[in-house]
Ligand binder design. Structure first.
Ligand code: 4NP
Length: 163
């Protein structure tokens, strides 16, 4: 269902800290939206279950890995809040724990139906979640970007079909 206030379809990407996976997903997804000149129809944001990094830029390792692929990440971290649920059309969890936490935070059954798993949009990879790269080396960040590029492309296609 499209958001009624500004008539844009709004997607919220959620991970634990909002400094690695979800800001990267937001940056990749926004890049696809811009490539298709759909900025007037679709917008994205990201947030974290944990609020401890609020105000921080994405992790330097993720910013570097993303920039190498042409994505400049400029998001400032923030925590998920209750009114995100009525405000967004789709809430995309990076892993099962994020999904469970969001399910508990959802203020209504209708809102809980907006929560999906990023991995459910993967077609080129066989993995059921987007792994947390925080304690990994650079190959972890590169893997996460591979997964998010795959998932965001399919997520975008699925949204466009509903508009
Ligand atoms: P993210 O990665 O959830 O992909 O942003 C993490 C970043 C920081 C922490 C955990 C995960 N942390 O606990 O500080």
């Amino acid at each position: 269902m499209e958001n009624h206030i500004n008539n844009k379809y709004k997607v919220l990407f959620v991970c634990l800290g909002n400094i690695c996976r979800s800001p990267a997903a937001q940056g990749i997804f926004e890049h696809i939206v811009r490539e298709n000149s759909m900025q007037d129809r679709i917008e994205a944001d990201s947030a974290g279950i944990y609020g401890g990094h609020s105000g921080a830029h994405p992790d330097r390792r993720m910013r570097t890995a993303a920039l190498y692929r042409g994505y400049g990440l400029t998001h400032s971290a923030r925590q998920v809040r209750g009114y995100d649920f009525p405000d967004f059309d789709l809430i995309v969890a990076m892993d099962d724990q994020n999904y469970e936490d969001l399910m508990h935070l959802a203020p209504s059954v209708e809102d809980s139906h907006k929560i999906v798993r990023m991995a459910s949009y993967l077609t080129d990879h066989k993995i059921s979640y987007i792994p947390d790269p925080y304690y990994m080396g650079s190959e972890g960040f590169s893997l996460v970007l591979d997964l998010l590029e795959d998932g965001c492309r399919n997520l975008y296609e699925s949204i466009v079909k509903t508009l």
